[in-house]
Design a binder for this molecule. Structure first.
Ligand SMILES: [Zn+2]
Length: 278
């Protein structure tokens, strides 16, 4: 019990750091220096105002100095990260996979948030995640070889599974992007319409790189399911947005992330269920 509380609190602190990453990475700022400050009046935030989740409510969502509103996303990201730490710790216990998938979920949170703000993500984020994922798999592979677990089938080595996932994730999504782009451009040409800037693309290159990350961490099957699951989440959101008359122009990465999280938790059930139908 005590350990789970610790996992939750640690998650909140990491969430606080993720907020820093979300704010600073797209601006090319250092994520270490300077310490946290109010984006409005630039005054450093006091340590007791910076306590994850709680700090926001103690300040009633306003900066202590200039009373500028603090986005509700700060406590949301902290709470979400804390819950994910708690769930993954309960699921894995202390092991390498815990570290690997904690990293993966932190990645999902950061890229989704940045994509919502900027409709694009720094390209190096996906490459970094792919590199980290492969490092975890290299470690697991060395471990497998040491204990002789896969002596008979080298194809089952974690690093090969990860590389297959990577190539498939990139290739599969890129093909879809190519066909999608051709289709959209034909459509626009046929209707003699000028596209609004940026709308000539079916999928951004960021989405393609992102699916490479999914391939490394979740494998080939998940790539396919994430790809076809994400539009359902997008559709669901569009319906809700239409009912509440909100703008539903939201970038795609949050839906892909949601689909990836769904596959991580319920992937086996979903694949089994589909298997029963067909
Ligand atoms: Zn301020």
């Amino acid at each position: 019990m005590l350990e789970k509380i610790f996992a939750f609190i640690l998650g909140g602190c990491v969430g606080s750091f993720l907020n820093v990453c979300i704010y600073r990475l797209p601006k090319d700022m250092s994520i270490i220096k300077p310490r946290s400050f109010c984006p409005h009046c630039k005054k450093p935030i006091r340590w007791y105002d910076n306590i994850p989740i709680v700090g926001y409510f103690l300040l009633r969502g306003k900066c202590r100095f200039c009373s500028a509103k603090i986005s509700l996303r700060y406590p949301f990201v902290e709470l979400l990260t804390a819950i994910i730490f708690l769930i993954l710790y309960s699921h894995f216990g202390i092991c390498w996979n815990l570290a690997k998938y904690l990293f993966f979920f932190c990645f999902l949170i950061v890229v989704s948030s940045i994509d919502i703000d900027y409709h694009a993500i720094p390209a190096y984020l996906c490459f970094l995640a792919i590199a980290v994922g492969l490092l975890f798999d290299i470690r697991a592979t060395i471990h497998c070889l040491k204990i002789g677990a896969v002596r008979f089938d080298p194809k089952l080595l974690p690093i090969f599974k990860a590389l297959r996932g990577l190539l498939f994730g990139l290739g599969f999504t890129y093909l879809f992007k190519l066909f999608g782009d051709i289709f959209i451009n034909l459509y626009l040409a046929f209707r003699k319409k000028e596209s609004i800037e940026g709308e000539k693309e079916s999928l951004g290159l960021g989405d393609v790189d992102f699916m490479g990350v999914v391939g490394v961490f979740l494998g080939i099957k998940s790539v396919i399911f994430v790809f076809f699951l994400a539009p359902f989440f997008a559709l669901l959101y569009s319906v809700v947005a239409m009912i509440f008359k909100k703008s539903h122009l939201i970038p795609y990465l949050p839906y892909l992330s949601l689909a990836a999280a769904t596959m991580f938790f319920w992937g086996n059930h979903i694949i089994k269920f589909i298997g029963i139908i067909f």
